[in-house]
Design a protein around this ligand. Structure first.
Ligand code: GAL
Length: 642
């Protein structure tokens, strides 16, 4: 396959210098070509303010580069050293209870602190000047995992001051802000934007519009923070700039951060995520305990492929996407940390390539015997003996060499994904189970059960070329989407709860969903507790959420009680509720029939993805499965020409 490579995350500062060259040689022998270093090394680069030690980093880059490895150099801004905190005590992020977070782990900074931003500018400038044209440094990573450990939101005084500026720019006047937020309610009107506090420590819930503004602001602060680094680095290097995003972290708009970068990467920990990041039955969690959820990785591959292509103006760019950290064995951070089934590291890697990844890097080279992550596996054990994943990485490297060229194919089906919707429904879920990711992921899983390859699009993304689009739970549908919908010749499944709010989190008038050409109105909404559902006449049910629709549009499905379940304008359908699995499967099968898209009913755990030339099969199930005359063992991977 073209441009498909393997790599590893390495911490030269953790190991004696005389070990570096044998480590590098073994990386090359394993078939790795990228090595990421440096992202937590600030205290070793600048042990005291203004006193630098670049010597070790020069030598590490040279040793790795001379061995034939390409270096991804991380900026160390996720781990400001202790002296920095003493210099800027108020740079620490403040939690919603008003408590500053402490030094002693990582990500202990507030995105809004101007002094810390200047320090980042300074260290990134020095790194850019020193290594920007180093022939071994072939890519850069900014910071590390923005948002990790709940660090996007900070209630510091720096954040408050910056929030006031942000509000002044967005609303232009306090009168406009009062109007937009509905501050007449409960006498919340402000006389001046400088009176506005952050929305924490209020007696009962703060105004949702206030919180939504704070969430938008906090996301913009991440964009701004990252941009300081990209602007500096672009002056010194032509190498691609990357950030490593996470699984199911939605606190900032990744499309906006991605617009300033060349490659979107993410950190894939399938077994950790199954245990602590997705809703599933205990049976499902037991069945996939050592494999990870069959759709969680693929969802993020497709999401970050879209983030990699997200251009500044919303126009797609030629960005790529990678897996920057791939789980190699048991991790240390989930409630329970089982080991992968033999073959899963290979499967996860191939699945990323089938979805178009340019590189997959394993985290980490050698398990560290010290500090927080001493229980986290690497490709090597702490005593340098090979851990199980090393052999699987070597296998993929050999297989890659023989693999025919294949490009990422555009899918026929697209799912719209929108970060502000995640904030809107977190602020005002209305039902304890209404979670935006959960809804999107339920739709995505259903598409994958039907054997479909899926593209994820931002809400203002280009629809042409797709035959089926799904837009569940998009709080505010962008005008450009509504305009394009009129000309969209395919099938569109919109809702539930789409176009339900203004950007300031109020109910719009005319009432939702206000889709062009569809005379349907949400007259009332209700959320449903677990175990309660609204059965549908055609099969399946709505769970979690149900909207009472009225209007003259055609009712194409009803509940068993005769209420409208879907109202339609030709091939555009508005869903009045959150479909359960059976309803989603049926709706998707019908839509695919209408669009002549072939579907299959895949056995539990078997998944596929098409490239331009091949269909890749992945068996996440703990037992062998049969497909098209082949038997795939557990953790089996197969690719067949299309
Ligand atoms: C990631 C992080 C790495 C390491 C890893 C452990 O979230 O970027 O630095 O902590 O998790 O699984």
């Amino acid at each position: 396959m073209t441009n498909r490579a393997l790599g590893v995350c390495y911490y030269p500062e953790h190991w004696p210098e005389d070990q570096w060259s044998s480590d590098a040689a073994l990386m090359v022998e394993t078939g790795l070509s990228w090595v990421r270093i440096g992202e937590f090394a600030w205290s070793r680069i600048e042990p005291r303010e203004g006193r630098f030690d670049f010597g070790w980093l020069d030598r590490a880059i040279e040793t790795l580069g001379d061995a034939g490895l390409k270096v991804i150099l991380g900026t160390p801004t996720a781990t400001p050293p202790r002296w920095m905190v003493d210099k800027h005590p108020d740079m620490l992020a403040v939690d919603e209870h008003g408590r500053p977070r402490r030094f002693g782990s990582r990500r202990h900074y507030c995105f809004s602190h101007p002094g810390y931003r200047d320090e980042c500018y300074r260290i990134v400038t020095l790194l850019g000047e020193r290594y920007g044209s180093n022939p071994h440094v072939r890519a850069w990573q900014t910071d590390n995992e923005y948002g990790c450990h709940d660090t996007t939101l900070s209630y510091s005084s720096a954040a408050r001051d910056a929030f006031r500026d942000w509000c002044a720019q967005r609303y232009q006047s306090v009168a406009a802000l009062n109007r937009a937020w509905g501050n007449v309610f409960w006498s919340m009107d402000y006389d001046s934007i400088d009176d506005i506090d952050l929305p924490n420590l209020t007696v009962t819930e703060p105004n949702p519009a206030h919180v939504m503004a704070f969430r938008r602001f906090s996301s913009d602060q991440v964009v701004r923070f990252n941009r300081v680094q990209t602007e500096v680095l672009r002056r010194h290097t032509d190498a691609p700039l990357i950030h490593n995003y996470m699984g199911r972290i939605l606190d900032f708009d990744h499309f906006d951060v991605g617009a300033d970068l060349d490659i979107a990467s993410w950190d894939s920990y399938p077994i950790g995520f199954l245990s602590d990041r997705i809703e599933a039955t205990p049976e499902h969690k037991a069945r996939f305990l050592r494999q990870g959820d069959p759709d969680m990785q693929a969802f993020h591959h497709d999401l970050y492929r879209a983030v990699g292509r997200s251009g500044k103006t919303g126009q797609p760019k030629e960005g790529g996407w990678w897996v920057m950290e791939q789980q190699p064995g048991p991790v240390n951070w989930a409630p329970y940390n089982p080991a992968p089934l033999p073959g899963m590291v290979r499967l996860w890697t191939w699945e990323a390539f089938a979805h178009g990844a340019g590189a997959v890097c394993y985290f980490r080279w050698r398990q560290a015997p010290f500090a927080q992550e001493q229980q986290h596996a690497g490709l090597l054990r702490p005593d340098s003996a090979p851990a199980p994943a090393l052999g699987e990485a070597a296998t993929v490297a050999r297989e890659l060499a023989d693999m025919p060229q294949a490009e990422t194919a555009t899918a026929r089906v697209a799912l719209l994904f929108d970060y502000p919707s995640a904030w809107a429904w977190e602020i005002q879920p209305q039902g304890a189970d209404f979670d935006y990711f959960r809804l999107s992921f339920a739709a995505y899983r259903a598409l994958r059960r039907a054997g479909l390859s899926v593209d994820i699009l931002r809400a203002d993304g280009e629809l042409s070329g797709y035959d089926l689009i799904l837009a569940p739970g998009i709080a505010t549908l962008p005008q450009v989407f509504l305009d394009r919908l009129g000309d969209f010749p395919g099938t569109a499944l919109i809702g539930p709860r789409s176009n339900a709010k203004t950007p300031d989190l109020s109910i719009p008038l005319p009432l939702p969903p206000a889709l062009p050409g569809l005379d349907a109105t949400v007259a009332q909404v209700e959320s449903l507790p677990p175990g309660i559902s609204v059965p549908l006449s055609a099969g399946g049910a709505f769970a979690h959420w149900f909207e009472h629709l009225e209007g003259a549009a055609m009712i194409t499905e009803t509940t068993t009680a005769g209420q409208p379940a879907i109202m339609s304008n030709g091939k555009q359908h508005y869903l009045a509720g959150w479909p359960d699995d059976a309803a989603f499967d049926r709706l998707i099968a019908n839509a695919c029939t209408a669009e002549r898209i072939a579907t299959r009913n895949l056995p539990d755990g078997l998944r596929c993805r098409d490239t331009s030339t091949h269909r890749f099969w992945f068996n996440y199930a703990p037992d062998p499965v049969e497909i098209d005359g082949m038997t795939l063992s557990p953790a089996g991977v197969a690719w067949v020409p299309l």
